[in-house]
Design a protein around this ligand. Structure first.
Ligand code: COA
Length: 424
């Protein structure tokens, strides 16, 4: 039995942040019904197209295990269907621009009247305050959440990261909020609103940078490379390049082949507990007892020299050889894996985190499966639905429309029934 079996989600999400949340809930067993605008659907269906005529990877990789109904929720009959959906579902998840649900005629008060146990879960760019009406995308959230100001090198521009911490990160936060609200409802019988603002989600992920902001009051941040290099600290947490975020100094170092391979690098952490092992491995056993190197306190001002010496060793090995040599010695290292290598990674495939899915329009493609593993639940990744693939099925089986009533809805112009509806 799936963890969320029996939970029905009215999925009003689009683009990335909301869909990542409802995809997780679908993988964990919820019945996710994605409501899409007739004719076009989620804008990502036709964004960054790689196979002409087929739904994009952008859409398919974010909407697995869901059902799709094409429904114009601004049309009278469409509103009638939406009302029935609200009655039949446990959670309504949305990430429209602020106010869109109210403008559609479905305020929180009205939703509660229709279904007093409903949980209304929303992603917005900002929480309550002067920016609450703003539209927000990933990089805006990364910048407004403090991530960009702390990413990059101290003498370079702020940088956004490739990990989608604003969108997918907030989707994760919302999924946790929804499961907590479901548990709360089980105990109290009451629904509630759950809000996950993207700025707040990014701030949560930047917690250690706010830690460093406060530590600055007590003097320079000695574990930052800029300290050893004599660069002064300003009033805000600086960009730390590839310095390790914790108290164990680490950097990205060249490995064999770096001259031609942009990813022939390793992350190398000089954890104090294994300093002796590191000295032996890189051929500097004398550093173990040298008072200039023997303790973390004295090493902090010599990090450039230390990492230069380690890099002289890592450059003689591939990033995987570095991993093989360091792991038995408990030295924490990490190869810089490219997306090409991730796609082929045997371990990730075995664990179901990288999976191949078949799609009627585009054939086989790779996707990221459920990254959360429950020992009692086996997650099967099913392809994303075609636009309106389940319109008829949802109207009849979930909402109970039949006969003339069903015909009236189907002919009202409020719903779209895809050519693919019965293609499976
Ligand atoms: N039937 C009829 N109308 C529909 C509909 C449907 N099935 N689904 C959506 N719409 C309407 C909405 O009601 C809205 O109409 P309105 O503006 O008249 O109220 C309209 O479509 C567009 O919605 P909106 O959310 O404003 O889309 P957008 O493309 O202009 O903005 C975002 C996109 C992402 C910037 C915006 O949705 C947003 O800021 N969301 C919150 C933050 C977020 O999640 N950002 C990250 C996205 S990855």
């Amino acid at each position: 039995m799936s963890a969320l079996e029996g939970i029905r989600i009215l999925d009003f999400t689009h683009v990335q942040s909301g869909p990542t949340c409802t995809q997780l809930l679908a993988w964990l067993g919820a019945d996710v019904i994605k409501v899409e605008r007739p004719g076009s659907g989620d804008a990502t269906r036709k964004q960054l197209i790689d196979v002409p005529g087929a739904d994009s990877l952008y859409f398919t990789m974010l909407n697995h295990n869901k059902r799709s109904i094409e429904l114009n929720t601004k049309n009278v009959a469409g509103k009638e269907v939406l009302k029935r959906l609200i009655r039949e579902c446990d959670v309504l998840v949305e990430n429209f621009a602020p106010g869109a649900l109210d403008r559609m005629g479905f305020s929180w008060e009205r939703i509660q009247k229709i279904n007093p146990k409903m949980i209304l879960a929303s992603i917005k760019g900002f929480g309550k305050g002067k920016y609450e009406d703003c539209k927000v995308y990933e990089n805006v959230a990364q910048c407004a959440g403090g991530a960009a100001s702390t990413t990059g090198f101290p003498d370079g521009l702020p940088l956004v990261t490739g990990a989608q911490i604003g969108d997918s990160g907030t989707g994760l936060h919302l999924a946790l909020g929804i499961t907590a609200a479901l548990l709360h409802r089980q105990r109290t019988g009451r629904g509630q609103k759950v809000l996950a603002p993207m700025q707040d989600g990014v701030v949560n992920l930047c917690r250690v940078k706010l830690r460093d902001q406060q530590r600055l009051k007590s003097g320079p941040l000695k574990e930052y490379s800029q300290h050893a290099r004599g660069m002064k600290f300003g009033s805000a947490t600086p960009r730390a390049g590839n310095d390790s975020g914790g108290g164990q100094p680490g950097r990205i170092l060249k490995c064999k082949g770096w001259e031609t391979d942009p990813n022939a690098y390793t992350y190398f952490i000089t954890q104090a507990a294994v300093w002796g092992n590191i000295c032996d491995l890189i051929g500097r056993p004398e550093w173990k007892d040298d008072p200039n190197y023997a303790s973390p306190e004295v090493r902090i001002s010599r990090l450039d020299a230390i990492f230069d010496a380690i890099e002289s060793w890592t450059q003689t090995k591939t990033k995987f050889e570095v991993m093989d040599a360091c792991n038995p010695l408990n030295i924490p290292v990490g190869p810089i894996l490219s997306m090409e290598e991730i796609a082929a990674d045997e371990g990730l495939r075995r664990s179901g985190t990288i999976v191949e899915v078949d799609h009627p329009e585009r054939g086989k493609y790779l996707t990221v499966g459920c990254p959360i593993k429950l020992s009692e639940v086996n997650v099967e990744v099913k392809r994303a639905p075609l636009l309106g693939e389940h319109t008829h099925e949802i109207l009849s089986q979930v909402l109970g429309f039949e006969g003339e009533e069903l015909d009236r809805i189907l002919n009202s112009g409020a719903v779209g029934v895809s050519d693919h509806e019965h293609s499976g």
